[in-house]
Write a protein that binds this ligand. Structure first.
Ligand code: PLP
Length: 405
């Protein structure tokens, strides 16, 4: 029988997700607990939004203190909190200016608007002719414009027509970028590692080559760091593995410290200055509660060495996963603590996730055949070992079912 809580959610909620059958009631650090008190190790981190761990005490404290002071006033007024957050973010990232929004998709939309207006007002592209290049297999969010750039049929089917002005090229091949650029190209929007599309790491040198091509043709390079950013891959931002500085980036998810939806578009001054009052905005973007939490989230990231931890533990996790050597594991790939296990098509990745759930490991498949391993960056070697132990058992069970052993 379906649990009454699940039945109620299904009855009154849209069926736009297919959650695993677990009802979560509490979280602390890398752990979450269900309604029966069972503890799980969280390898999902809410699609990388909980990099700091669940209910980080410093972040909860910052939220609670600010919540009793001032929360939402809109950008019709200045506050005593927004500037400090923006300054910290710009100083850390090396960008000149930031525009705060809430969700990742909103930050991507902001970047697209900035790129188009920059193309018209700075580059000199004729009115309404600007093009943005994106990659096959991308995931940048769910708005009509953004799914218009998607190459996943399900994301698009039934939702057209889509805005024009986008071109799709294969991921990981810089020569294709140069070929696709025209005098009307405003920007190239790219994930440094494709996240939702299956944790796809491009060949070394790809982003560097793209940066050079963009510079040569006066095209903005905009990196979507919503999933890869803020330490997840072992650097503050994943593009830093290639020693480049894009013209703009979008950041979200972990910026909210696992507590609130907070996103930003960051860029050079020349790009951000295309926005004038009234061009763009958000009722909630940059509110003092969000600014306080995001500033605390950035501080914790640095003070607790979460970036370095992600690099070290990520290396260990990947090495050990590769050692599992199950015939059902086609590949283990990723960077830092953004890891994908590609499962042989003979066994549905969702079934592996359901088995892992029984073993107290929370994760979710992405793209049908890839199991995502993206824990909070505070994960310890002992906790990684517990996940490895469960993976070993689960793959052995799956192999036995397929009579592979
Ligand atoms: N961009 C990337 C790379 C993402 O992974 C996601 C979400 O998974 C988004 C954008 C969209 O973010 P949101 O769901 O907050 O709109």
């Amino acid at each position: 029988m379906t649990h009454p809580l699940i039945a109620r959610e299904q009855l009154y909620g849209a069926h736009n997700y297919e959650p695993l059958p677990v009802i979560l009631v509490r979280g602390e650090g890398v752990y979450v607990w269900d309604d029966a008190g069972k503890r799980y190790l969280d390898m999902m981190s809410a699609y990388s939004a909980v990099s700091h761990g669940h209910c980080h005490p410093k972040l909860v404290k910052a939220l609670q203190e600010q919540a009793s002071q001032l929360n939402i006033v809109s950008r019709a007024f200045y506050t005593n909190k927004l500037g400090a957050f923006l300054e910290r973010l710009c100083t850390l990232s090396g960008f000149d200016k930031a525009l705060p929004m809430n969700t990742g998709a909103e930050a991507v939309e902001t970047a697209l608007k900035a790129a188009r207006k920059w193309a018209y007002t700075v580059k000199g592209v004729p009115t309404d002719q600007a093009e943005v290049i994106a990659c096959a297999g991308n995931f940048h969010g769910r708005t009509i414009t953004i799914v218009g750039m998607s190459t996943v049929p399900q994301y698009k089917t039934g939702f057209g027509p889509f805005p024009p002005g986008f071109k799709i090229i294969p991921y990981g091949d810089a020569a294709q970028l140069e070929k696709a650029i025209t005098p009307h190209t405003a920007a190239f929007l790219v994930e440094p590692i494709i996240g939702e599309g299956g944790i796809v790491v491009p060949p070394p040198g790809y982003l560097k080559a793209c940066a050079e091509i963009c510079k040569k043709h006066n095209v903005l390079l905009i990196c979507d760091e919503i999933q890869t950013g803020l330490g997840r891959t072992g650097k503050l931002f994943a593009y830093q593995h290639e020693g480049i500085q894009p013209d703009g980036i979008v950041v979200g998810k972990a910026l909210g410290g696992g507590l609130l939806p907070i996103s930003v578009f960051l860029s050079r001054k020349e790009v951000m200055d295309v926005f004038t009052p009234g061009d763009h905005g958000s009722t909630f973007g940059g509110n003092p509660l969000a600014a306080t939490v995001a500033l605390a989230a950035l501080n914790v990231l640095i003070e607790e060495n979460l970036i370095e931890k992600a690099a070290v533990q990520g290396r260990y996790f990947q090495e050990q996963l590769k050692r599992l050597r199950s015939p059902l594991i086609k590949e283990v790939r990723g960077r830092g603590l953004l890891i994908g296990i590609e499962v042989d098509a003979r066994y549905p990745a969702r079934q592996i996730c359901l088995k892992l759930l029984q073993h107290g490991i929370l994760t979710k498949e992405t793209h049908g055949s890839v199991i995502r391993i993206a824990p909070p960056l505070i994960i310890t070697a002992e906790q990684i070992d517990a996940v490895l132990q469960a993976c070993k058992q689960v793959f052995a069970e799956a192999e036995a079912e397929l009579r592979l052993r």
